[in-house]
Every structure is written in C-alpha cells, then in structure tokens.
Unconditional design. Structure first.
Length: 143
C-alpha cells in the first residue's frame, strides 16, 4: 500500500506436478494456475475493489503468488514530479539515446527499478524501521 494504491496479492496453492517435472513444466503450470485464478476471480475482485476504493479512497490493484512467483494483474502508473540537475538529466538522456529507454520518464522508471532490485534488503530494513517509529509514535502521549 502507498498513498495512491493498495495491491492485494492472492496466495494460491501450487499446482500438483508429476515427480521429476522439469523447470519449464513447473513454470508453465504455475503461470497457468495464476492465469486461471485471474480469470475465475475477476468478478469478485472487481466487486471487492469497488468497495475498497470507495472506503479507502485509493485504487486497488491485484496480483497472485505461488511460492516465489508473483504476478501483478493490474496496478496504476502514477505521475511523479521531480527536479533533476544537469548531471542527473544526462544520465536519463544517455539511457534514452542508447535505446535502453524510450523517454526520460521511462529512463527514470528503469533506474528506480534497478535501484530497488539491488537495494531490496536495505529498503526492507528501512521500511521495518519506519514501521517501528510509527508504533512508538502511537504509544506516545497525545498532543
């Protein structure tokens, strides 16, 4: 959950596979199970999302997880305003000029994803610490 969106992830049981199934078969079975879940639950998910959006004032996105495989069916792309200095814009322009990204916006999104992948443990620890601070705040005196 963030300021704009709530993502609901459905935990799905893994498909039963024959003993000795190879990795490609396993991946295909997992993808198929997630696709089936998506199709079979569409109406219920829409109804729940409508209620949650009215109640919480945020968009609701959906996904599913089987083991380590997680797929998001829908989520919102939110515009974010930022100010960058010339050397920072040059990084984005290099990504665009090299064909890695179509635009500065895509380049910035790519860079954020890359940082997230390489600093996931640190971000997890930071979020945990922020949650601890929130807990301590709620236990403090009322102003």
């Amino acid at each position: 959950m963030d300021r704009e969106e709530i993502i609901v992830i459905g935990e799905i049981t893994a498909p039963e596979l024959p003993p000795g199934a190879d990795e490609a078969s396993t991946e295909a079975a997992v993808a198929g199970r997630i696709t089936r879940f998506r199709e079979e639950t569409r109406e219920q998910r829409i109804a729940l999302a409508t209620e949650a959006q009215a109640r919480y004032g945020r968009t609701v996105g959906w996904g599913a997880r089987i083991g380590d495989t997680e797929t998001h069916f829908s989520n919102v792309a939110v515009p974010v305003m930022t100010r960058l200095r010339q050397h920072e814009r040059q990084v984005l322009d290099t990504l665009v000029d090299s064909g890695v990204a179509r635009s500065r916006s895509d380049a910035l999104s790519w860079a954020v994803k890359l940082v997230g992948e390489h600093t996931q443990d640190w971000l997890t620890n930071l979020r945990r610490a922020m949650a601890d601070v929130d807990t301590v705040r709620t236990q403090g005196p009322e102003l």
